[in-house]
Design a protein around this ligand. Sequence first.
Ligand code: PLP
Length: 463
Amino acid sequence: MEKSDYRKWAARAADWGADYLDGLADQPVRPAIAPGDVAAMLPESPPEAPEEMEAIFADFERIVPGAMTHWQHPRFFAYFPANASPASMVAEHLATSMAAQCMLWETSPAATEMEQVMIDWLRQAVGLPEGYRGTLQDSATTATLCAVLVMRERALDWAGLQDGMSGAPRLRIYASAQTHSSVDKAIRLSGIGQNNLVKVPIRKDYGMDPAALKDLIDADRAAGHLPAGIVMCTGGTSIGAMDPIAEVMDVAEAEGLYTHIDAAWAGAAMICPEYRHYWDGAGRADSIVFNPHKWLGAQFECTAHFLKDPASLIRTVGLRPEYLRTLGEDEIVNFNEWSVSLGRRFRALKVWFLMRAYGLEGLRARIRDHVAWTHMAADAVAEDPVLEIVTPPMLGLFSFAHTGGDHATLGMLEAINRDGRIYLTQTLHQGRSAIRMSVGQFDTTEEDISLAIAVIREFASKI
Ligand code: PLP
């Protein structure tokens, strides 16, 4: 393909995308394919000679869309949403055309400065106090890894970066078992070690028990260990657990521990003032992550990482070799020093387009509908004689099970997903299998919820 053909193919791709989105509601959410089906359709070796774009595009249409799980489908109720609002898709097209590598201010002045402003727009949108700065990371996993690395280095007085962990005291990090597995991953990758992630017991409302946290810290200190930080969740992945942030912060501040909040999914709902009670006290945390690429509508990937003191992150993950110096401008923000990877995409553009195209009011209206419809669906499930609620609605998520036990629950789930009209996923809650229903896709309507309820009840009665 010649550069001069870019206009034609980019236009064709945009047309294809619009048709794809228009037709989604008529497709099964999850494709009816088996592992290996797609690989079997691809040649085993790369072509030696150039191929025509017509042929490549035709193969794309033949092989790919029918073998994709459709995340933008209005009846996608699995995992958490990964909304890509059309405005953010357009921004991604533009960013792709510029194809800039946004590692330094000098390599991407507009991207760097827009990122600083967008972080502040997002801070205001979710009601955090002034004083936070931050960056757009690629994922919540990366942001949490960064926070855990800061916990490690702060506790070791920044000796770990040079000396590694050998000979260091045993560091301890605290989180409840409701936090996402990205916390476990961060503990492993940071060299702190899984056995030093202390899983704090939860209360009846599934939030971390601050009294138990305090006891565990005391016991660790008495044993000669070195408490380093606490990870809290606002909206855990399994059932949407909410830690009591203010109470945990009281313990953290008294103990001098670094704090990180994982609000990857639920953070988006904090644009609605009426839900902010879920993270009362969040404005006291050192580090907070939320994913605009989940519920808010910024195309994947786009993770807001707010920081009270960016200097400690830069000191931990930043490196400035001679070839990355921007002469005479060393004090300028170079976002590669705020993240694990050096290279970075222009992520701020889609946040700018998203927030302008829908306004906070437009975004709030969607989230409020989703929360209301979650209650509607949970109420309907609760009324069914063979179904029961396992965990009640937490914003846009609740879980339920078949009264016939785990086998019936998982059998029903698989039958529903094979049917294709809706798509749900499962979790294990207190030793019991449960089906999660996560309402949050941008194009979902009340009719889609009614259809989902009908499908769930249809399959429940067949088990
Ligand atoms: N934290 C929570 C609460 C999540 O639900 C998820 C993913 O669903 C993550 C972290 C990981 O997000 P990412 O894919 O951005 O790393």
